[in-house]
Design a protein around this ligand. Structure first.
Ligand code: NDP
Length: 263
């Protein structure tokens, strides 16, 4: 029997256990996936050993600390300093970030060259670096300055809501902020959202469980819109592949995971 879990705080709302457990059940895999709420980050490394975990997904607010407790970190997780998937093997912890790959998979059908990312937190980092690695131009707009330093240092053009004269037009606009999650806020002033979208083809919101005000705003302008559900689905499918050495079969796994929506 193998044991996995999702670790965060708060964690009650997480649908990861349902996504992973339905695959174990369907494919007759002897494993179980649980939720683990950690009050603070002090015990993050220890829980892998005390709970005899084979792996875990890490969510808010522990992705950065997860990066620092791994013995080795791979791929884009290394560039952005954030890990959302940890595999324990031979008593060592190996870190990955599947948010980036999950996002890229979810926009496979988009033809985009010039992207504006709203927000500068963990999701913005994963998405921006993944797009940049694909030779797509990415600018970042955040309401405040602090978190933009990381992006400046890594060669992105950055703007705040008050310092936005050089913003252009973009074919894809992505909301990575939590504006709209529990309210009807837009992630940036309306005038900016209007201005940057003159030639927009797509709008994407990483929030996955509702159509936000951001999505409604662009849908009214006949822009093709997508929410973060597929990103969530594919980050989970890629994590499953890491846990079970199942590389290349993410479509099959995501299709099984999708069935939780029908339950
Ligand atoms: P962080 O806390 O790291 O960053 C949040 C960012 O949003 C900051 O840049 C913050 O700006 C900005 N922000 C927050 N509230 C507002 C607001 N009201 N108006 C404008 N900007 C705001 O969060 P994460 O990046 O980890 O997560 C962001 C969202 O992405 C969450 O809703 C999360 O659920 C979702 N997510 C979805 C995934 C998926 O698979 N679909 C995967 C990962 C995350 P400032 O710097 O000024 O504070």
């Amino acid at each position: 029997m193998k044991y996995f879990c999702v670790i965060g705080n708060p964690i009650k709302h997480s649908i990861s256990p349902r996504l992973h457990n339905i695959v174990y059940k369907t494919l007759d895999i002897k494993a179980s996936y649980l939720r683990l709420s950690l009050k603070n980050d002090e015990r993050l490394r220890d829980v892998f050993f005390t709970h005899k975990l084979d792996g875990a997904n890490i969510t808010y607010p522990y992705k950065e600390i997860a990066f620092s407790i791994c013995d080795e970190v791979f791929g884009i997780a290394k560039k952005i300093g954030a890990v959302n998937t940890i595999l324990k093997k031979d008593n060592k912890l190996f870190g990955f970030n599947t948010d980036a790959a999950g996002f890229m998979k979810s926009i496979e059908e988009f033809k985009t060259k010039n992207v504006l990312v709203l927000g500068a937190g963990g999701a913005a980092k994963a998405i921006s670096f993944a797009l940049k690695d694909d030779a797509i131009n990415v600018d970042i707009l955040n309401r405040s300055e602090d978190k933009l330093n990381f992006f400046n240092k890594n060669g992105f053009r950055t703007f705040t809501h008050h310092d936005n004269n050089l913003l252009q037009n973009y074919d894809l606009i992505i909301n990575t902020t939590s504006a709209g999650l529990n309210n009807s806020e837009l992630p940036a002033p309306k005038e900016i959202l209007e201005y940057v979208s003159k030639n927009a083809k797509y709008a994407y919101d990483v929030i996955y469980n509702k159509n936000t005000e951001f999505i409604n705003f662009y849908r009214d302008k006949n822009v093709t819109c997508k929410n973060g559900f597929e990103m969530l689905l594919f980050q989970a499918a890629y994590a499953f592949n890491i846990f079970f050495d199942n590389e290349g079969k993410e479509d099959e796994i995501a299709n099984i995971m999708k069935r939780v929506l029908l339950l």
